[in-house]
Design a protein. Structure first.
Length: 192
């Protein structure tokens, strides 16, 4: 017996879109009986089956513990960057494939017909990621520059300074603003 889900797109007052997976059918042991009955599930043999009506689905969606802020930081250990999610405005049942690439999921927007990326938000997420990468790169470059200065290696100093300049200007790269899709953003690489 495999668990099946209903996928729901939830729109928040901030314009953020969350993806919620609601169990539609599962083994009896996967849901506590009181939770199952409270949320509109019925027992069918050795399974819990959600009575799929708007009232039951809406109750489950509204019971979700959406974070007040969503971390749009990147890697573990990086400084967190938060955006407001806000209360739920609306929700609708969708297919899992209705959600675009999750790399920029914090830029999802829903017009009620289609879930897409808000490119302004996607570009800003890209820039924030670049800024975090830049900070790490600056630390490495600084550690490499100190020995070059001690050795008076002007060629190496110039090389490291050029690399630092490239990273300093990275968030202002005109290709970021010119990108019309997240696929185009993903193609932007800093030249070595």
């Amino acid at each position: 017996m495999s668990t099946t889900f209903i996928t729901v797109a939830v729109l928040h007052t901030s314009g953020q879109v969350s993806r919620v997976q609601i169990i539609a059918r599962c083994a009896l042991g996967q849901l506590a009986p009181e939770l199952a009955f409270l949320n509109g599930y019925r027992r069918e043999g050795d399974e819990w089956v959600l009575v799929e009506n708007l009232s039951n689905i809406g109750r489950i969606v509204r019971a979700q513990q959406f974070p007040k802020h969503v971390n749009i930081g990147g890697q573990l250990g990086e400084e967190a960057t938060f955006i407001e999610t806000g209360p739920i405005v609306s929700w609708r049942i969708v297919q899992p494939e209705d959600f675009p690439d999750a790399t920029y999921k914090n830029a999802w927007t829903d017009d009620g017909q289609k879930i897409t990326h808000n490119m302004g938000q996607a570009r800003e997420i890209f820039r924030q990621r670049l800024r975090r990468l830049r900070e790490a790169k600056f630390k490495v470059l600084d550690s490499l520059r100190a020995p070059a200065v001690r050795q008076n290696n002007t060629a190496r100093i110039a090389e490291l300074d050029a690399e630092a300049e490239k990273w300093a200007d990275a968030p202002a790269d005109p290709r970021i603003e010119a990108a019309r899709s997240v696929e185009e953003l993903k193609q932007i690489k800093l030249s070595a």
